[in-house]
Design a protein around this ligand. Structure first.
Ligand SMILES: NC(=O)c1ccc[n+]([C@@H]2O[C@H](COP(=O)([O-])OP(=O)(O)OC[C@H]3O[C@@H](n4cnc5c(N)ncnc54)[C@H](OP(=O)(O)O)[C@@H]3O)[C@@H](O)[C@H]2O)c1
Length: 237
């Protein structure tokens, strides 16, 4: 699966890169000359990420992890021993039915969304952060819907709560880091046409992800945590 990376080019590790925004992130970093490690779930059939890897002359490596299984995150960390990561981007996420209120959702569904969107991304951050260079970047795909301040329209109740939770957990993580530590970002990519975003979403992937990568790149070397949208604007917590 892997080929030795060329020296000196930076490396991005994208967790959850099989499709949608994560696949586009992997493709965007690849197009910008980076080494890329993109993950799919272990049971994934060969798909577009594998095709991109085959065409990448060794610059894109496909790895596997299902983030809800802590032992798979630990195994991924072991396999990546010795790699230097410049950008760790935890993108994987799920939603439930956006119309479902917290009064209607089953405990199992609430748990699935919370574990996938809040606990598991943070486990990835905690397990993989020592691979990230001291001036590197750790980004988690959040959402504009994570903003507590901006939640006046309601809807997406459980999903919102899961993304607000991951934002809060990133703040707690940030509070434990040294003052001149890594760049930490929670990113709102906009409402984008993907399997999750749906066909009515405002943005094409091509209108979101290149800007997300521009925003992440522009923040490189700035320590501390920020909640930014795909246009680089600060989102209210
Ligand atoms: N699209 C939007 O409008 C929008 C807006 C704000 C935020 N976001 C966030 O952006 C991220 C990507 O969303 P998307 O629109 O690209 O959604 P998507 O098309 O549904 O893709 C979701 C990605 O997450 C992966 N994933 C889900 N559960 C996983 C798990 N347990 N372990 C590993 N990978 C897992 C999926 O892998 P599989 O292929 O194996 O399922 C897939 O690669 C999510 O965090 C989402 O909440 C999206």
């Amino acid at each position: 699966m892997s080929t030795s990376p060329a020296p000196h080019s930076p490396t991005a590790l994208i967790i959850g890169a099989s499709r949608g925004l994560g696949l586009a992130l992997a493709q965007e970093y690849l197009a910008r000359g980076w080494q890329v490690i993109g993950t799919v779930r272990p049971d994934a059939r060969p798909g577009p990420l594998h095709q991109a890897a085959e065409a990448s002359q060794g610059r894109l490596t496909v790895e596997t992890v299902d983030i809800v299984h802590a032992e798979q995150i630990a195994a991924l960390r072991q396999r990546l021993e010795g790699r230097r990561i410049d950008v760790l981007f935890v993108n994987a996420g799920v939603t439930n039915d956006p119309q479902e209120t917290v009064g209607q959702v089953s405990t199992e569904e609430f748990t699935r969304v919370m574990v996938t969107n809040a606990l598991s991304p943070m486990r990835c951050v905690e397990a993989l952060d020592d691979l990230v260079t001291p001036k590197g970047t750790i980004a988690v795909m959040s959402s504009g819907l994570a903003s507590i301040t901006n939640n006046i329209s309601g809807g997406w109740e459980v999903y919102r709560a899961s993304k607000a939770a991951v934002n809060t957990l990133m703040r707690s993580y940030a509070a434990r880091q040294p003052a001149h530590g890594r760049t930490l970002l929670v990113i709102a990519p906009g409402w984008v046409r993907t399997d999750m975003g749906g066909p009515q979403a405002m943005l094409d992937i091509s209108e979101s992800i290149p800007r997300v990568v521009d925003v992440v790149t522009a923040q490189a070397g700035k320590p501390g945590l920020q909640y930014l949208d795909y246009q680089g604007q600060t989102v209210a917590w």
